[in-house]
Design a protein around this ligand. Structure first.
Ligand SMILES: Cc1ncc(COP(=O)(O)O)c(C=O)c1O
Length: 452
């Protein structure tokens, strides 16, 4: 009778398309998808796998590293390497990037909008009609007037638009609904850490694809699509952390790269109304498989907890149905507040003013950095992605000057990403030149190389 170890290797061998580290990693994820391997299973020792698959132990170790970076396996010292357990997965990268620490005089790690640039909720709240709640728990989850308002600026004409409790809720629902353990999911490199955490919790394998100043690179996407991919997650505007926005040309290239593949596309438009560009989406070209999420957190306030999600009925209806097993819908009271803010000239003006102010803050800091010899690509949104020599050294230097920033590592699923800091420039209202000098010094700070 085959031992557990041998049958694990047999399952891998059955799915092995090529004897490379990528091929072995793909074989493990395929075995996970098919149910031949599951959470908690012990993987056989590297040498045994290498011997049976007729590859070198280095190749198997490299495959284990790929799987470990993607969160699919965990090594626990002498107890060996196991398929990661889904229950233990939480927002680890997200906490690592955002959790603050000592009270900084200037905390630029947070990624949140400047409270002073948010529209005043007071007048909108006072206009809420109370007592007009749903007549049935099965009523449509989105106010018809809000849906009409959203459709007026939505990219394309989706069959369905619904409203959820923020983009993170939308991502949670979509990934929970459509991603299974072992699925390969293309993500931007870098990307928002919470996306990586959520994929890890789903047992998915994140496949990082490089981003340039126009967003996800289509050549790198085409390469990632050479293996089977379930989902592509991208940010169309004001990419967090780099600030990139997809150009029409890039949208076309990405659609061409995706044309012969049947994977889903999830667009996380967290910049939303703060973007200087009109709505951007692959949905016009790929309407049957694109879900577009628009958050109102950055433009109208994170505590509104509202995002809209649009897409084909085949993808949105299951989400709406699934929600009926949980929260059901997003409060219509909050929907009324958002609707009022989107209609009211003062609300619209406040968001337009914030857009101009954020662009100015970003430009002033980028100009200051350029004067220090650090040229960053153009971008928009609340953050700058600052290349540094060493993340820890840069953070320590900034902390010693009362400035907080986020380490770049949690933003990447790559094996060895270039060191960066994410700096929430949207919170910097004054003294840009002075801050640029401090950031440039931090960017140059050498890492500790130990005693000589
Ligand atoms: C790219 C990205 N997606 C999602 C979110 C979360 O958005 P929400 O507050 O709508 O949940 C953020 C917030 O920083 C973000 O930057």
């Amino acid at each position: 009778m085959a031992t557990a170890r041998e049958s694990t290797i047999d399952a891998m061998r059955a799915h092995l398309a090529e004897p490379s580290s990528r091929g072995i990693a793909d074989a493990v994820t395929a075995a996970l998808r098919s149910g031949e391997l599951s959470a908690g299973d012990l993987l056989p020792p590297v040498r045994q796998v290498a011997h049976r698959l007729q590859v070198s132990p280095t190749t198997v170790s490299a495959a284990w590293s790929l799987l470990s970076r993607a969160g699919a396996i965990r090594t626990d010292g002498r107890r060996g390497t196991r398929i990661a357990s889904l229950e233990q997965r939480g927002p680890a990268r997200y906490r690592q990037a955002l959790e603050t620490r000592p009270a900084f005089a200037l905390d630029l790690a947070t990624g949140v909008p400047d409270p002073l640039l948010l529209p005043d909720l007071g007048p909108a709240v006072r206009k809420i009609r109370t007592g007009s709640g749903p007549s049935s728990y099965l009523e449509a989850p989105v106010l018809p007037e809000l849906e009409a308002q959203l459709r007026a600026t939505w990219p394309g004409e989706p069959e369905r638009i619904t409203v959820v409790d923020g983009a993170m809720d939308a991502l949670d629902q979509v990934i929970g609904q459509f991603v299974r353990p072992g699925d390969r999911v293309v993500v931007e490199d870098p990307t928002f850490p919470q996306i990586l955490d959520r994929l890890e919790a789903a047992g998915a394998v994140a496949v990082p694809v490089a981003v340039d100043r126009h967003g996800m690179r289509s050549d790198a996407l085409a390469e990632a699509l050479s293996g089977r991919v379930r989902l592509v997650v991208l940010q169309p505007r004001g990419h967090n952390p780099t600030g990139a926005t997809l150009t029409p040309a890039r949208v076309g290239e990405l659609c061409r790269a995706l044309a012969d593949h049947d994977c889903l596309v999830i667009e996380d438009d967290s910049a939303g109304d703060l973007s200087d560009h009109g709505p951007v989406s692959l949905a016009r070209r790929l309407p049957a498989r694109t879900v577009h999420i628009r958050s109102f957190s950055k433009s109208h306030g994170p505590d509104l907890r509202i995002a809209a999600v649009g897409g084909p009925a085949s993808l949105i209806d299951p989400l709406v149905e699934r929600r009926l097993l949980g929260q059901g819908w997003t409060s219509r009271l909050l929907q009324q507040v958002l609707l009022e803010l989107l209609r009211d000239p003062a609300g619209v003006r406040a968001v337009a003013d914030a857009r101009v102010e954020y662009a100015q803050r970003r430009r002033l800091l980028a100009d200051g950095l350029a004067a220090e010899g650090i040229d960053l690509p153009d971008g928009e949104g609340l953050n700058l992605w600052l290349p540094v020599v060493d993340e820890a050294a840069a953070l320590v230097l900034l902390a010693s000057r009362g400035i907080g920033a986020a380490a770049g590592r949690p933003f990447s699923a790559a094996a060895s990403p270039e060191p960066h800091l994410r700096v929430t420039c949207g919170l910097v209202a004054t003294d840009h030149e002075h801050l640029a000098v401090q950031l440039a010094a931090a960017a140059r700070a050498p890492g500790w190389s130990g005693p000589r």
